[in-house]
Design a protein around this ligand. Structure first.
Ligand SMILES: [Zn+2]
Length: 464
């Protein structure tokens, strides 16, 4: 036994590899919990037998952990023009009161829920940096450290994406009072990144750079951030919110004379180390250009539906060989199957057709969506994961061979049922770096994490 990973290897009865399902595969792990070898055999070495259906752990490429605290609380109709912008007002009320202990408790609970929902890795797009009055904590990295601690308590892999936020609108407008917890100078931001690099020595953690959006960061700041990435976290990804709202597109056109995705691709060397979050509102030319750039589309279908953002041109983007991953963004829901189902259904509703996101190589919509989201998400977070293969971290889910009382053979039909038909889609067991984190649907710290979360929520609900 290897004490760090819990096992030196496993024998999978049925496993989803890059080229489809395989039976009877033995895998060996290295000391950090990465797959070393995969061999088809009858388990001659008596490795730990995994008798369910094994699929890669999914990657959640976009989360704002604190927003979980307001899930379901922005659903009261105010006026008929309720939109992202009115939701943002509710969000800012929560922003005013969450302290580091609150954030840690909310994030730990959320990250356990991610694991139970099939996500083994999260990209935390983190902009709640300072104390509620905007002053710095004694340790300015306090809120980021709360995120690292929560990820460690939950046992999930983390790509931390501290957000650079400087302005309330295009043209370098000063931040509003509600945004004072988000704002950094470039120097302070560089110091934050440097302070966080020691947390990324674990094989589970990575650090990236996240200019909040084109409205919150000027072109000069964007190019400085690129240089910061080169010097501080050269392997880290670059994430930015883009084209989520029609108003944002209109403001961008008014200010820069170009649409957001068009302008970004024209101005900066965007490549496959970039992740464009949402990219909802693109014309046909932008859709093709973004696919060609290699940038990952960071889609958050449940949140985009909840906020009434619009529909991403997924069919056109995938036809142009674009890559995507999914995120849970505002964290109203925490299950990968729900996100992927919403992604496909949004296409069906807008095009009035069925089975849209699949291709000739894999006509099974469930499996096609899942595999692509895992691989694209891992790339977007610079995580060596997302697929079961030598060299990749051993992050995987064990799914029940019998769903809703139905014995289903491993294969494309199984994943279709799991995504679109199953009443219970919770994985039975979840492994991160070869270590079992969720066992029979339970996390070993469920009780204490639930209790801490409930205490925080009672406090917050009394205050907002
Ligand atoms: Zn977001």
């Amino acid at each position: 036994m290897n004490s760090k990973t819990g096992a030196r290897g496993f024998h999978f009865n049925a496993v989803l590899l890059q080229d489809g399902w395989h039976q009877n595969v033995s895998v060996r792990l290295d000391k950090n919990g990465f797959f070393e070898t995969l061999v088809s055999d009858k388990n001659p070495e008596n490795l730990v037998l995994i008798d369910g259906y094994v699929v890669p752990g999914a990657v959640n490429l976009h989360s704002h952990a604190f927003q979980r605290a307001m899930a379901g609380l922005g659903e009261v109709r105010g006026n008929s023009d309720d939109s992202f912008w009115s939701w943002r007002e509710v969000m800012y009320r929560f922003v005013n009161i969450i302290d580091p202990e609150d954030l840690s408790a909310i994030a730990a609970k959320l990250y356990v829920e991610f694991l139970k929902g099939g996500f083994t890795c999260v990209g935390e797009f983190h902009y709640l940096h300072h104390s509620p009055d905007g002053s710095r904590y004694n340790d300015p990295a306090t809120m980021s450290v709360a995120i690292f601690e929560a990820a460690e308590a939950a046992g999930i892999a983390l790509t931390h994406l501290p957000v650079f936020y400087a302005h309330s609108g295009f043209g370098g407008q000063p931040p509003t009072a509600a945004q004072k917890r988000f704002v950094h100078s470039l120097n302070d931001y560089a110091r934050l990144l440097e302070d966080l690099t020691p947390y990324c020595r674990s094989p589970l953690n990575k650090l990236g750079i996240a200019p909040h959006s084109l409205r919150a960061v000027t072109p000069a700041e964007l190019s400085d951030l690129q240089n910061l990435r080169k010097s501080i976290t050269p392997e880290g990804p670059m994430h930015i919110h883009i084209a989520e709202q029609v108003k944002e597109v209109e403001d961008c056109v008014a200010h820069f004379g170009g649409r957001p995705v068009e302008w970004l691709l024209d101005q900066l060397p965007v490549d496959d180390t970039w992740c464009l979050i949402h990219a909802t509102h693109m014309n046909a030319q932008e859709t093709r250009a973004m696919a060609t750039s290699g940038a990952i589309a960071g889609l958050c279908p449940m949140t985009e539906a909840n906020l009434g953002d619009g529909i991403f041109p997924a069919e056109e983007f995938l036809s142009a060989n674009g890559h995507y991953g999914v995120g849970t963004d505002s964290n109203i829901r925490t299950n990968v199957a729900e996100e992927l189902q919403m992604l496909e259904y949004s296409q069906r509703l807008s095009k009035r057709r069925r089975n849209i996101l699949a291709d000739g190589n894999n006509p099974h919509v469930g499996e096609y969506l899942f595999q692509r989201a895992c691989a694209g998400g891992a790339r977007a977070l610079a995580q060596t994961a997302g697929v079961i293969a030598p060299g990749k971290r051993a992050d995987f889910l064990v799914l029940e061979p019998v769903l809703d009382g139905l014995p289903l053979a491993a294969g494309g039909r199984y994943m279709d049922y799991w995504l679109f038909g199953a009443l219970n889609r919770a994985p039975r067991d979840v492994y991160v770096a070869g270590k079992k984190i969720i066992s029979q649907g339970r996390h070993k710290e469920d009780r204490s994490i639930d209790l801490a979360y409930r205490r925080v929520m009672e406090k917050l609900l009394a205050e907002v």
